[in-house]
Design a protein around this ligand. Sequence first.
Ligand code: ZN
Ligand code: ZN
Length: 250
Amino acid sequence: MEIVPGLRSIRLLGSKAYLVLGDETTLVDAGLRGSGQLLRRYLEGLGRSPRDVKRIVCTHGHPDHIGGVREIAAMTGAEVLMHEADVQRLRMGMREALRALRPWAFVAAVTRGPEDARPLADGAILPGLGGLEVVHTPGHTPGSVCLYSPTHRLVIVGDVLQVIRGALSLPSLVFTEDMALARRSVGRLAELDVRTICFAHYATWRDGGGEALRALAERERATNGFAARSESTSPERVSGRRPRDKEARG
Ligand SMILES: [Zn+2]
Ligand SMILES: [Zn+2]
């Protein structure tokens, strides 16, 4: 579905990806393994070919975002871009994961990264949507990035944010490596001029994204005790509620 002119969300296996259309088409995230055919059909429906995709940006190295990256890179011939910290993280072996004994470590140990990824640096500007700025937002993973279009006041956040019961929230407790860092990253996003937030697993937050981000950052600063609270019992998810029925339309 079209989010703004030049940006479409596509439902791949396991997560939503985004297509930034223009002279050079960029795919943001690649879904689980097996997502290639879904992408091919979607592109054909737009009258485009897989070969039009020039780059694949990985928001982070989790399998629901990069599982399909090898097959899609092979199908499109596109270059793959990922933050160096997640390239490193994916080198984690099972022995290290057993030492860390955390869910994210096991995920990293069993996830196959892209064959060949070019590093994606904070502040880099990618083509499309009037210029798409890479914002390094570590925490969920060390190399998580968001893509920000000042022109459209829009940010693609991967798994850096969630929507829980209609409220903008910090990322998943289970799969996030460093929640303190994730909180700081939300603080950074809250400084951007944003209207629209595009998630990997939730319906698009169409309006008031900046207000919701600032409210979340403010709440986390005030309590600063997120880790001690249970995600599911947190009582005051105050900011920017939106209708829940949008979930299925993303
Ligand atoms: Zn995800
Ligand atoms: Zn993730």
